[in-house]
Design a protein around this ligand. Sequence first.
Ligand code: PCA
Length: 203
Amino acid sequence: MKTILLTGFEPFLDYPVNPTMRVAEELDGTMIGDYKICSRILPVDFNRAEARLMGVIREVNPDVTVSLGLAGGRYKITPERVAINVKDGAPDNDGNHPIDEPINEDAPDAYFSTLPVRDMVNALIEAGLPAEVSNTAGTYLCNNVMFGGLHYAATERPGMRSGFIHVPASHELGIRHGRIPSWSHEDLLRGVRVCLETIVSGK
Ligand code: PCA
């Protein structure tokens, strides 16, 4: 049996819930084709998120790593094409506040996702869900985790595919936040499933 490591993030900044946490937790232990989903929640912390991801990869030994993050304000599900070697942004949950720093001075400037981003978008649209390829995962924790996963794959685990999918807010978050577009939890869950099914279909 093969394994997909699926990660979500804890709440952060002015988002009191993170829909990726619930999606990841609900898919934990389920099967997509021959692949078992193993879910973990990552901290929104520049000093801990990447190390936690590496630790989980070593523990779970996945064939594929798919990380999910909230992109508050986006209208669509957006598989990310590229991660860049930069960390910058608002203070994280532990108060770390890097400005224009490299994630890893010894690593390349950027990595492309090794997930089938275009096929995932096509499959989402086919399933009636708004989607587009995103060309920036930002410079905050989501980019950091995507970059870390791809660098780890490139240097330590050449067989592991890895990448990142940003999702819009859930209605629960939309109600509590007040000023962002939102989707039903059921549609977010369905969208992530469609992405995972596309990945395991070998596209
Ligand atoms: N989204 C943030 C970090 C955690 C999350 O869910 C981001 O886009 O970087």
